[in-house]
Design a protein around this ligand. Structure first.
Ligand SMILES: Cc1cc2nc3c(=O)[nH]c(=O)nc-3n(C[C@H](O)[C@H](O)[C@H](O)COP(=O)(O)OP(=O)(O)OC[C@H]3O[C@@H](n4cnc5c(N)ncnc54)[C@H](O)[C@@H]3O)c2cc1C
Length: 353
């Protein structure tokens, strides 16, 4: 690893300019803090592969996701404002049409078991008239509100220019040295975080994902379609099809198996034929308890971590980056479900570095 020249006046050193590091650095700057970001562009980045979807409902019964009432208003405001600040277009609020999986699912949504506040985040149809030439299911489905996608490649590239312009981004590899004692080093390394000797005691559970860019001709589709797989309209007959989940072979190499799984999912969901344009793979920095990993090291109080965003980085990162900055700058409390303190007992059991 190279030695990195650190700006000695910077109070915060952020390692990694993915989704996590970029948004954390941005909120620190908003609070008037001096920040230095170090990123190795050659390292794989999950953010550059992700579809970037955000969606407030989950599961067969489409219940609200964890903290949806807080996360979604926050993210909608945040990304819309950020587009203006970075002068780039990457935020795409878009409805998601989720066809019912089977008749039982349709029956559930016809019943009065559906929660009273369902109409806040979804509308129902019980026929397939609108999508009859597009989607295989004839049962109707749910169209979500407060959903969409963020073009993370565009956003990260705009962030990169913004940080370079401020002279606070160095594109190098980083190794921790003792001379950073007066600064706080926050690791936002994504999947690489599980190899960080200071934080490798944390229960990461990385998940490989593969994704295809496809072309579908002669199709009028404004909504994202999602059931088993998702199909995101990108414009000009181009779509993104994803994603697979695998806990093996954790690397960024696309596989034949991944491609075939996606083709099969597509054929089950969609009627029109498609052509593959590109195939990518990445590793989601997921955790065993499916909650982010945020906080300061149990013993070395000038190093911290902002990681574990799993498959929901787009919805989790803004809200929790802001919360972490309030903790770092104003000593406000970190929510216990995300604070790495919850794994203190695991730290006591490892060989210290
Ligand atoms: C196929 C796929 C589909 C996905 N779809 C979605 C989706 O639809 N919606 C959603 O919300 N999420 C999705 N995700 C998950 C999303 O990608 C992650 O939640 C998020 O991008 C993680 O961001 P991160 O900044 O933590 O990590 P990363 O994006 O991996 O960034 C880490 C950065 O740290 C740098 N780095 C690491 N170590 C060092 C070091 N020692 N020195 C310097 N730099 C270093 C790397 O170069 C990289 O730039 C998907 C992921 C995959 C793989």
């Amino acid at each position: 690893m190279n030695d990195v020249q650190i700006n000695s006046s910077a109070k915060f050193i952020i390692i990694g300019q993915g989704l996590a590091g970029s948004i954390l650095a941005y909120f620190l700057l908003q609070e008037g803090q001096e920040v230095q970001i170090i990123d190795t562009p050659e390292f794989p980045s999950s953010s550059k592969v992700a579809a970037g979807l955000y969606n407030p409902v989950t599961g067969r019964k489409l219940v609200k996701t964890w903290l949806a009432d807080k996360l979604f208003p926050f993210l909608e405001y945040f990304y819309a404002q950020l587009e203006k600040e970075l002068n780039a277009k990457f935020f795409h609020p878009q409805a998601i049409y989720r066809p019912f999986v089977n008749e039982d699912s349709q029956k559930y949504f016809k019943s009065d078991h559906v929660p009273d506040d369902f109409s806040d985040f979804g509308t129902l149809t019980f026929d397939n008239v609108k999508y009859q030439n597009i989607v295989n299911s004839q049962l109707g489905g749910v169209t979500t509100k407060h959903s969409g996608w963020v073009d993370l490649k565009v956003m990260l590239s705009a962030f990169r220019s913004y940080f370079l312009e401020k002279g606070i981004l160095k594109e190098e590899n980083f190794s921790l040295k003792n001379e950073y004692e007066n600064q706080k080093v926050i690791f936002c390394e994504g999947f690489e975080g599980r190899n960080n000797p200071h934080f490798n005691y944390l229960p990461f559970n990385p998940v490989k994902g593969e994704i295809l860019d496809i072309e579908i001709e002669n199709i009028e589709l404004k909504e994202i379609i999602n059931q088993g797989a998702f199909v995101v309209p990108l414009g000009e007959n181009k779509f993104r099809l994803g994603a697979t989940y695998s806990w093996h072979d954790l690397d960024f190499t696309p596989t034949e198996q991944g491609k075939n799984d996606l083709i099969e999912k597509y054929q089950k969901l969609m009627k029109p034929s498609m052509r593959i344009l590109a195939h990518n793979a990445g590793v989601r920095p997921a955790t065993k308890d499916r909650r982010p990993l945020i906080g300061l090291h149990p013993e070395i109080k000038n190093i911290g971590i902002f990681n574990g965003l799993g498959s929901k980085g787009v919805s989790l990162a803004p809200y929790f980056a802001k919360q972490f900055v309030d903790f770092l700058v104003y000593q406000k409390e970190l929510q216990s479900e995300v604070n790495i303190n919850r794994f203190a007992s695991l730290y006591l059991g490892v060989d210290k570095v």
